[in-house]
Design a protein around this ligand. Structure first.
Ligand code: IPE
Ligand code: MG
Length: 214
């Protein structure tokens, strides 16, 4: 989800407003993804590298995260949403950790589509943690590492979307993306609409996936 800052800048608004609109896009898109029958949607909300941003922006992002969980938790409970957080979220501020623990507990019995939020997430960090866990249990193999990834209980990654014109993965789901289809769009995240997701899915449906075969 990239482009919140540029969206705000184009409108001469503070970056925080762009992030606010970004949260609204998250809400709209996650509802749309459920309505479209997607099994899982993973959103890259805060990376291990985002700590490099100015303190006021980091705290604005954390504030938005808190408010998002507080305001949308009832909907997740009601809609049978399987909430999942990946990344080192336990290292976040204690009030956020507490909020997340509560949200996870209240949605733990849910069996519906997964809404996965990557928080304090970096793919290289995830792979290193997984490899260390795998090594402690036995031989390191692709399967033994994969079983320890934060995403171990999720379906395979099918489609990866990056908004705002950047054509890179920025440390997101590197392992999981091995055979994922990629969709890059110039649309800034706050402008990303369910129709854009539909277009990406339509293209996805037309691609022939061979997984190294022919
Ligand atoms: C993505 O938007 C928001 C994050 C989750 C941190 P950016 O803040 O990176 O927006 P640009 O790249 O400046 O437009
Ligand atoms: Mg950016």
């Amino acid at each position: 989800m990239d482009g919140n800052g540029r969206w705000a800048k184009q409108r001469h608004l503070p970056r925080a407003v762009g992030h606010q609109r970004g949260v609204e896009a998250v809400r709209t898109l996650s509802r749309a993804a459920r309505a479209m029958g997607l099994e899982a949607l993973t959103l890259y909300a805060f990376s291990t590298e985002n700590w490099r941003r100015p303190e006021d922006e980091v705290s604005a992002l954390m504030g938005l995260l808190k408010r998002f969980i507080q305001s949308d938790l009832d909907e997740f409970i009601r809609d049978n949403v399987r909430l999942k957080i990946i990344g080192q979220w336990r290292a976040l501020a204690p009030d956020i950790v507490e909020l997340i623990e509560d949200a996870l507990a209240k949605t733990a019995a849910n069996t519906g589509p997964a809404l996965v939020v990557a928080l304090n997430y970096g793919s290289q960090d995830e792979i290193a943690r997984a490899a260390a866990k795998a090594a402690a249990k036995g031989p390191i193999t692709p399967a033994s590492i994969e079983a320890e990834l934060d995403t171990a209980d999720l379906p395979p990654l099918d489609l990866l979307i990056r908004t705002s014109g950047e054509v890179r993965l920025s440390n997101f789901l590197l392992w999981q993306a091995a055979y994922a289809e990629m969709w890059f769009t110039d649309v800034l995240w706050p402008d990303f609409k369910p129709a854009h997701l539909e277009a990406a899915l339509e293209q996805f449906g037309q691609r022939e996936r061979r997984y190294g075969g022919r």
